[in-house]
Design a protein around this ligand. Structure first.
Ligand SMILES: [Zn+2]
Length: 374
């Protein structure tokens, strides 16, 4: 069995550990940078009343009307007993909606039904689990989000499934994992997905003590929320090779007020979720599928939290996208209006980590991969 490496703290990991999967983290947060200057942020600004702007007039990928549902589910319990209500024509529809760009090789692709641009000034929050006021999705609309990558095999499977349906998602990588797999993250970026960040070591930012793998050993660490956030941003930015989106998700959705205020000053949008798939608890792809589709049916729409890190999700996502198409759901792409600049002092800390060779601290899958045979 392959060894899976990741962080220890945070509830994404705990159940995996319980399931016998070893997680590890290479680097813990180092000592805080020497008296870092306050971030170069201007005066605190509040989020705009409506930070969402539609930037493309709903290109449709041959979207038939939501189909009658019960007929779509394969054998097994019906997972979508009812299609969502048709999406109301809220915005002035273009006189002739441009034909959606074809999706090569998949005439039945979901495609992106509309693209919205997010003004992250002041750190608006999205996802009804924590933020009720910023719900811009119409009935039947879905935003796909994937956390905790990049990870060998799994992230690539997710990318392939998204590409097959010509849809775009938001990825929230862990900084440490980005340092393991920068090429994977570059592929995510090259595919046109939005890339935010998800801390350096996936610590619970409501706490100050946790565990992290440092030099190949799981160790107790103390950390501050700013270090976790900024090191994560710097690492992801380094891996991508370009500034990332000012989108952030807290590990385990633990959102302490002081960290929220800090991100607001940095003009970084916070992503909770409309619902969590809880895929990290699941071993079988069918469980993930049932979870996502059942919750989506209940909510009718939503920003969905999944994990490209998770094997079961990577194996399920292709079928889930087929199901979304069959159920008449629409994919909304969220893009940031602005780029997020990392802070130079944290770039320096991350670079120091990266340039310190320590092969033993890397996950074995990022060092040795099977390319032939089993
Ligand atoms: Zn996570």
């Amino acid at each position: 069995m392959r060894v899976i490496v990741m962080r220890a703290a945070g509830f994404c990991a705990l159940l995996l550990v319980a399931a016998g999967v070893a997680w590890a983290i290479v680097q813990g947060p180092k000592a805080p940078p020497p008296a870092p200057a306050p971030p170069p942020v201007s005066a605190v600004r509040t989020p705009p009343a409506n930070p969402i702007r539609e930037v493309e007039p709903a290109p449709q990928v041959a979207a038939p009307a939501p189909s009658a549902p019960a007929t779509q589910a394969p054998a097994g319990p019906p997972i979508m007993a009812q299609a969502p209500a048709p999406v109301p024509a809220a915005s002035p529809a273009p006189a002739a909606a441009p034909a959606s760009p074809p999706c090569p090789g998949n005439p039945n692709a979901l495609g992106v039904s509309r693209v919205v641009e997010v003004d992250t000034t002041g750190g608006p929050g999205f996802g009804a689990e924590h933020f009720k006021g910023m719900d811009f999705l119409r009935t039947g609309e879905v935003v796909l989000t994937f956390d905790d990558g990049p990870w060998p095999n799994n992230t690539l499977k997710v990318l392939a499934a998204l590409a097959r349906h010509c849809v775009k998602a938001i990825f929230f990588p862990i900084g440490l994992h980005a340092t393991y797999e920068p090429d994977l993250l570059k592929q995510v970026a090259a595919a046109g997905h939005s890339i935010g960040s998800h801390t350096w070591c996936h610590q619970n930012l409501s706490k100050t003590k946790g565990r992290c793998l440092i030099n190949g050993k799981m160790q107790a660490v103390e950390y501050g929320f700013k270090d976790e956030i900024e090191k994560g941003i710097s690492a992801v930015r380094w891996a991508v090779g370009a500034p990332i989106a000012p989108f952030f998700r807290f590990p385990a959705l633990q959102q302490p007020p002081e960290a929220l205020a800090y991100l607001g000053q940095r003009n970084v949008a916070i992503f909770s979720a409309d619902f969590d798939s809880f895929d990290f608890k699941m071993r079988r792809p069918e469980q993930v599928r049932q979870s996502v589709l059942t919750k989506l049916k209940k909510h009718g729409k939503g920003i969905i939290l999944m994990h490209d890190f998770q094997h079961a999700t990577a194996d399920a996502i292709g079928q889930i996208l087929d199901d979304l198409k069959a159920g008449g759901y629409k994919i909304v792409q969220m893009r940031a209006r602005d780029k997020l600049e990392s802070l130079p002092e944290y770039d320096a800390i991350v670079m120091k980590d990266i340039k310190t060779p320590n092969v033993s601290s890397r996950p074995v899958e990022s060092v040795v991969r099977t390319i032939e045979g089993n």
